[in-house]
Ligand binder design. Structure first.
Ligand code: GAL
Length: 684
């Protein structure tokens, strides 16, 4: 079921907890006044409000929320209404301890914190459904209700008896017989053979953590259990409000690595939401990477989120200023709020929303940035920055009905592969770095304004001219066959070291590399040399010498032609990089890890032959300026953002309108530090 969010303007708003201010109606009055002043058009209510909505079991108090709905409606503001399951009231945990999560040592948690409920507990599921039903009955008809925000940032695991039993049921459905399970887990190793289903337990430091197939299944089960809990949550909402879309806020991109969130398979979860939304908190102005480098990683996270449904998405949370939970919480430099906010719109977000609209007065988030801070002023830098972005979004209304330009380049990313690779007892834990490898391959395209999608293995590859499939350690035979067919039909494929080693059960392939991979890349991989962090080899390619690191595959060519050779060690002179023409296309294999200098030269040569860099009506002088295009059949919007503390200029090579001022744009445009410009050929 998919229920599209139909917008006529970008959403600008965020989490609002007036339940903290009910005894100060004058504060709430002023908040609403300030929301208008800052061009906010959406408020997200009810996240963590359960204790105020159901102060004791079965006794509900919606009066305060009614009042907030009335106020929102009086000024035409959307409401995104959250289900409150992300944190429960004390009475619930006291009366029904089974709702509390159990850790992997078998210890039940005390009441406290948030995001720590059992996903299986029938009582919790029932209580959540009941309050969700009450909310839908009460607010389902309100004209301001735009969308359901289900729970908050699902994550984590529970190891209670109920979850263990559910895990066993899940395994029975998957494997049918213990023989199949024993085979999949290769359990005769160390005499771990299961003789009864009751013996199966989730991985734990007190039990098994070395059965990698079990670990992988546990990850998959946790995703399925979380989705099952989510489906339970939304049942009354689908029934009572079938036309209201549902979302839940995903996570990712946090410091220090700007990594994807690893607990849950979002590619699977995304099939269950109507629109993807996520919470984005890059640590701008940190001391270990440039603004442009972090912008590249943040762009990738946005592309990953957009690619989950290959559609526009929402930023559900971001900070108007700084957060309180990064290792160091820097203020945004002047201009950075607009820079980061419009970057999200540029990649396909239809919103800029914040945590939080009004700062909490106490507890752990009292110092987290907010649109309205504790001094209640409209003169803070954050308030003014938010007002600027609100104004921008109003000017950009014409871009709402657009999508990020279709990509001709795709990078494959797979959760099972990430989990299995991270858990593989080989290579080097410090250097595997699957996501960082994806970031390094993405960099060239970001710097050259070439749109990229991040695809899952079930996606259709045929729309892409170039598919990059790095470190695909766990790959099933069907995907190997899909890659071969893709190349045969004219696709261009780049694969790397540590690919095609294990099957879906995390069992090693027998008898050498998968025949379809051999046929695709025109080679076989004999072994992988894992280097220590200070060891290097060198690679001769493109008449240059590059330093290699971490991994060197030893290759035997069978049809492929060498593009680069190792220069050192016992495999000096053998092929490190190869190209294999196959059918209408070609497959490239990168047997070693390099720095981005090689990747830049390598992808430049592919870019030249495949003509990947788009013809844009703007010329930039530096790769630290990014140009992203949103478009539809009649109009293009060019988002030009300077991710640098140094001003620069860009040239327009065709007449365009400045979409933020609606004036004809001069051909030379100044871009100040962290500056943003949006140009359009739209006639509206
Ligand atoms: C998010 C969370 C919010 C708030 C915010 C602070 O992860 O959903 O409730 O805690 O972080 O940055």
């Amino acid at each position: 079921m998919s229920n599209p969010l139909k917008l006529t303007h970008f959403l600008h708003g965020g989490d609002y907890n007036p339940d903290q201010w009910l005894d100060h109606p004058e504060i709430i009055d002023r908040d609403f006044h300030l929301f208008q002043q800052a061009h906010l058009n959406s408020i997200t209510l009810g996240v963590f409000s359960w204790a105020k909505l159901e102060p004791s079991e079965g006794h509900y108090d919606f009066s305060w929320l009614d009042d907030i709905f009335d106020r929102a409606e009086a000024q035409g503001t959307h409401v995104i209404l959250a289900t409150p399951s992300g944190a429960r009231p004390r009475w619930l945990a006291e009366k029904y301890p089974e709702v509390l999560r159990v850790d992997d040592h078998g210890q039940r948690q005390h009441f406290g914190e948030r995001h720590n409920h059992c996903y299986t507990s029938p009582i919790y599921r029932e209580k959540v459904q009941t309050i969700n039903r009450k909310s839908a009955e009460r607010y389902g008809h309100r004209k301001s209700l735009l969308m359901w925000h289900i729970s908050n940032e699902y994550g984590g695991q529970c190891f209670c008896d109920l979850c263990q039993a559910a895990f066993r049921d899940w395994l029975k459905t998957k494997y049918h017989s213990l023989d199949c399970l024993n085979h999949a887990y290769w359990s005769s190793f160390w005499s771990h053979t299961y003789t009864s289903w009751d013996q199966v337990e989730a991985p734990s430091p007190l039990g098994d953590q070395s059965v990698t197939g079990l670990n992988l299944d546990w990850h998959r089960f946790v995703t399925d259990r979380t989705i099952d809990f989510f489906e339970n949550e939304i049942k009354p909402l689908r029934e009572l409000t079938p036309n209201i879309p549902v979302t839940t806020n995903f996570m990712g991109g946090n410091p220090p690595e700007s990594h994807v969130f690893t607990d849950l398979d979002y590619q699977k979860f995304a099939e269950h939401v109507d629109i993807v939304s996520w919470d984005s908190y890059p640590n701008w102005s940190n001391d270990y990477e440039s603004t442009a480098q972090l912008a590249m990683k943040t762009a990738l996270m946005n592309d990953e989120m957009r690619s989950l449904k290959h559609d526009n998405y929402l930023i559900m949370e971001s900070t108007p200023s700084q957060v309180n939970w990064h290792p160091y919480n820097r203020s945004k430099r002047p201009g950075m709020h607009e820079m980061g906010s419009l970057q999200q719109i540029a990649h396909g977000s239809d919103s800029v929303m914040y945590f939080q609209l009004h700062q909490s007065r106490g507890a752990s988030e009292m110092f987290h940035g907010a649109v309205i801070t504790n001094n209640l002023s409209d003169q803070t830098r954050a308030f003014k920055d938010v007002t600027t972005v609100g104004h921008d979004l109003q000017q950009l209304t014409g871009a709402v009905a657009t999508h990020r330009r279709d990509a001709r380049v795709a990078i494959v990313f797979d959760y099972d592969n990430m989990w299995a690779l991270d858990d593989s007892r080989n290579y080097a834990n410090a250097t595997k770095q699957y996501w960082r490898t994806i970031q390094e391959h993405y960099q060239y395209f970001w710097e050259h304004d070439i749109p990229v999608d991040i695809v899952k293995t079930s996606d259709d590859l045929t729309p892409y001219t170039l598919v990059i499939d790095p470190m695909h350690f766990l790959m099933d035979q069907a995907f190997a066959a899909k890659l071969k067919a893709y190349v045969h039909q004219g696709g261009h494929l780049v694969g790397t070291y540590i690919t095609g080693i294990v099957d879906r059960n995390d069992l090693a392939y027998q008898g050498g590399w998968l025949p379809d991979l051999q046929a695709t890349y025109g080679l076989t991989v004999q072994e992988t040399d894992t280097l220590y962090p200070h060891q290097h080899n060198t690679l001769k390619a493109f008449d240059k010498t590059y330093t290699t690191k971490d991994y060197s595959d030893l290759l035997v060519l069978d049809g492929a032609e060498p593009l680069g050779t190792y220069e050192r060690d016992f495999y000096a002179g053998t092929t490190a990089i190869s190209r294999h023409p196959l059918g209408q296309g070609a497959a490239y294999y990168l047997g070693c890890r390099t720095d981005t200098d090689f990747l830049e030269d390598f992808y430049r040569s592919l870019d030249r032959s495949l003509k990947l860099t788009p013809e844009l009506p703007l010329k930039k002088k530096t790769p630290t300026v990014s140009i992203q295009v949103r478009e539809n059949a009649t109009a293009h919007f060019y988002f030009v953002i300077n991710f640098s503390h140094q001003a620069t200029t860009i040239q327009l090579t065709q007449p365009l309108t400045d979409a933020l001022t609606h004036q004809p744009a001069d051909s030379t445009q100044e871009l100040p530090a962290y500056g943003v410009r949006v140009f359009t050929d739209s006639q509206d």
